[in-house]
Design a protein around this ligand. Sequence first.
Ligand SMILES: [Ca+2]
Ligand SMILES: [Ca+2]
Length: 183
Amino acid sequence: MIKRYIVFLALVSCLFVMMGCGGEDNSAPADATITIAPTEITVTDGSLWDVHRQPWLITVKDPNGIPLRGVELRISFIWASPDGRYDSLLFDVDNCDGINETPLAQLNDENTPVNSPMTVSTDEDGSYILNFDFLSGGLDADCDGLLDLDLAGDPLILEWNADIEVTSGSVFNSATFEVKAPE
Ligand SMILES: [Ca+2]
Ligand SMILES: [Ca+2]
């Protein structure tokens, strides 16, 4: 008798866990809105290449503008490493020791690097701050501390772009990010 009671309790608590914490229940409702701030960033960088950080504020609200907390977000960025597609796209910008370890872009949960796509939850304000690291500037592959030049004598500057994509259930939004050389 006692055993059955324990089993029953275990079953009930499993149900509650599934209802309260189970995967899809934490997705944004279909009528919610995801905002990403800023909506667009263009970095113009002609200095020696380096890694920089850009925070993005992601917020989920219901149709009445009420922030939704505990909503699960899937954040992805195509150039973020490692994601299995661009593992070879690493750069040796730190000390020119011949070991490439800096990705073109990196998603971080606070200060912890996380693979793309990453899954996080909104806080009590319905928000999540993504720490996004990116590489910009001009190449110095020969490690002389000066911008490397192409055959025409122009500096070789990184230029790339992609969208930060945020999904929760059927709700989606994106923000554009671009790195370019000065005109
Ligand atoms: Ca290195
Ligand atoms: Ca150089």
